[in-house]
Design a protein around this ligand. Structure first.
Ligand code: URA
Length: 259
């Protein structure tokens, strides 16, 4: 959540207002003055919604049905990106600066599916560019894979279940996952990787309907007709460095599968 503070005459009053905001969950300053977003919504379209994209006609007001129709209509990654950016039924979009679609090489053999953008990803509009993302890059570099590689054999394609940052980096809710799942499935179908790596519980749940990443990690299964490797999320590894040993084993297992 962001908070805009008015300049108070009294330093102590300003500090108290700031402390109140932090306690209420504000974790970022987003402007110098207060903004009435209810008034704005009536006047101006949201920046991330600005691009008109093909939104297929009435699937009713059921967000999952609307998402299914929009996803099915997307025939390329570009149109899918536009469809997601134009999808207005997820509340998370209202608080996001950017729609975070994907990064890396769409020809890659390996697709990494993460959870949702954090603050840095939201600012930059690219997945996994913060601390966890830097660790992710280092981890996959140890087995010779990189999102910047032009060669499909050594490349990565990276995307998230949620294209918008949840406030305060909370976990996405089941209803939010359900409404974005059609886009995720279409995204994977269009990229058509050989292997999917899910990082953390949210993508594991999205593709398999199960949770428990600490039990599932390292155990290959199938999703969308493709081999799926669950791994612990790099943010978890930053908090629990001892778990890096298991992550290393998972990377070696991925490397062996690709040989
Ligand atoms: N964590 C994720 O799951 N995805 C990102 O893009 C960043 C952090």
């Amino acid at each position: 959540m962001g908070i805009a503070t008015e300049i108070a005459d009294d330093w102590h009053a300003a500090l108290a207002a700031l402390a109140w905001g932090v306690e209420a969950g504000a974790d970022e300053t987003i402007g110098d003055g207060p903004i009435n977003r209810y008034a704005l919504a009536a006047e101006a379209p949201k920046p991330v919604a600005a691009k008109a994209a093909p939104q297929p006609e009435p699937a009713g007001s059921d967000p999952v049905a609307v998402a299914q129709a929009a996803a099915a209509a997307a025939q390329s990654l570009d149109t899918l990106r536009e469809s997601i950016a134009a999808f207005d039924l997820c509340e998370l979009k209202r608080g996001a600066r950017n729609t975070v679609f994907a990064d890396g090489n769409p020809e890659a053999r390996v697709l990494i599916l993460g959870e949702a953008p954090g603050a840095e990803e939201d600012r930059e509009g690219r997945p996994f560019v913060g601390r966890a993302g830097k660790l992710l890059d280092r981890m996959f570099a140890t087995i010779g894979l990189a999102r910047t590689s032009p060669d499909a054999g050594t490349a990565l394609y990276i995307t998230n279940v949620m294209p918008w940052r949840p406030p305060g980096n909370r976990d996405p809710e089941a209803a939010e996952i359900a409404m974005l799942r059609p886009f995720v499935e279409r995204h994977i179908a269009l990229v058509d990787p050989e292997v999917i790596v899910v990082m953390g519980n949210t993508p594991l749940f999205t593709l398999t309907g199960t949770r428990g990443i600490l039990r599932a990690r390292g155990n290959w299964s199938q999703a969308l007709g493709k081999p799926l490797l669950p791994m612990t999320h790099p943010a978890y590894l930053l908090r629990n460095p001892a778990a890096k040993r298991e992550a290393w084993a998972d990377l070696l297992s991925l490397q062996a599968r690709l040989r």
